[in-house]
Design a protein around this ligand. Structure first.
Ligand SMILES: [Mg+2]
Length: 364
């Protein structure tokens, strides 16, 4: 497979409802799509929509990286994947590297008549196939207690067995009241994920954990503003509530350090932060070997990034947890195809295509 051209397309979407996080509210998403074209004429798509609010690169840095790829591929020569990787080396930003990795995998899968998830699964063990379907968690975005309870009940009725709440603002007391209201609205078997996005001091987190009814809590994600391993380990030891880390796991080395300190129970794996599906897959496999839980999520991306998250989760063997697709809840229905809004997604994912002449979004 040799690449003869690359195109970069701007993506820009207004959210259907603002996403309130402890890092502020997000009203719109901007990103970039990378389309690689092989000598055969086949095309592969990847997405770079960096989550700058949790420390990812900004959009302009990702754009500069993708334009470097486009310039190389448009210079007349056709590039083998390995040569492209050698020339670009470690210069790409993580989201741009993820877009390149995703587009290369998409292209390789198309040329071989396979699904991306099966290609990834086979990289682990040649005979292994990806899962036939993957469960998805529902992000709850309503701010008031009654509205959040209604939203939780509606998602449960749609078949979502796991819900996620952003916490950490406006106050731990308000969070606890909203969590209690949501818990009362959910069936007994439903699970709840809480994500503080590093909102609290160690003392604040301690008070929150002490007062939290954790009976249905799957984990609390990124509780500490200063996530030093010893402080996270102390929080886990004191309260026995599972801790997940997301933005703290920016590399394989970070995972090793935090796991050695017993600072976490669950790793939240995002391809856009880790440089693509293949590095994210390797990190998830390592986390499993370390005895940690693995949750795959998107980075509030468009349909290309969401499909990639589903493919990554499906490629992982056993003990598969619900995938987080924030984009499926928050982007308009004109952007997100109905199959990405379901509580369970069947594979293979039909890869979205870029509509000609538009930069407002993608169709299915
Ligand atoms: Mg998170």
């Amino acid at each position: 497979m040799r690449i003869r051209a690359a195109e970069v397309t701007e993506l820009r979407w207004r959210l259907a409802a603002p996403l309130r996080t402890s890092r502020g509210a997000i009203h719109e998403r901007r990103g970039l799509a990378l389309r690689l074209i092989a000598e055969s004429g086949a095309a592969g798509l990847g997405e770079a929509s960096p989550a700058a609010w949790v420390g990812a690169e900004d959009l302009e840095a990702a754009r500069a990286s993708l334009e470097e790829i486009a310039a190389l591929c448009g210079a007349g020569a056709a590039w083998a994947e390995r040569d492209l990787a050698d020339v670009l080396g470690g210069r790409l930003t993580p989201a741009a590297a993820a877009a390149l990795d995703g587009a290369l995998l998409d292209l390789a899968a198309r040329e071989r008549g396979l699904a991306v998830a099966d290609l990834l699964a086979a990289s682990d063990a040649p005979a292994r196939r990806a899962a036939a379907s993957v469960a998805v968690s529902a992000l709850l975005v309503e701010a008031s207690e009654p509205a959040a309870a209604r939203e939780a009940a509606a998602r449960a009725a749609q078949g979502f067995a796991t819900c996620k709440l952003k916490v950490g603002e406006p106050s731990p007391e308000a969070d606890l009241r909203r969590i209690a209201a949501v818990s009362r609205a959910l069936p007994p078997s439903a699970r709840l994920r809480l994500d503080a996005n590093r909102a609290w001091s160690a003392a604040e987190a301690d008070r929150f954990f002490a007062r939290l009814d954790a009976s249905r809590v799957e984990f609390v994600e990124e509780p500490l503003a200063d996530p030093v391993p010893a402080a996270l380990a102390a929080l886990r030891d004191r309260h026995g509530i599972p801790v997940a880390l997301d933005e703290s796991i920016a590399s394989a080395a970070a995972l090793e350090e935090l796991a050695a300190a017993r600072a976490l129970d669950v790793v939240v794996v995002k391809g856009a932060r880790l440089g693509g599906l293949r590095p994210a897959f390797r990190l998830a496999r390592r986390a499993r070997d370390l005895g940690l839980g693995v949750v795959v999520t998107d980075s509030l991306e468009g349909p290309i990034g969401m499909a990639a998250a589903i493919e990554l989760a499906a490629a992982l063997p056993e003990r598969r947890r619900a995938v987080g697709l924030a984009g499926a809840r928050l982007l308009e229905s004109a952007v997100v195809p109905a199959w990405l809004r379901a509580a369970r997604i069947a594979l293979p994912c039909p890869r979205p295509s870029l509509p000609a002449g538009r930069t407002e979004g993608l169709d299915a």
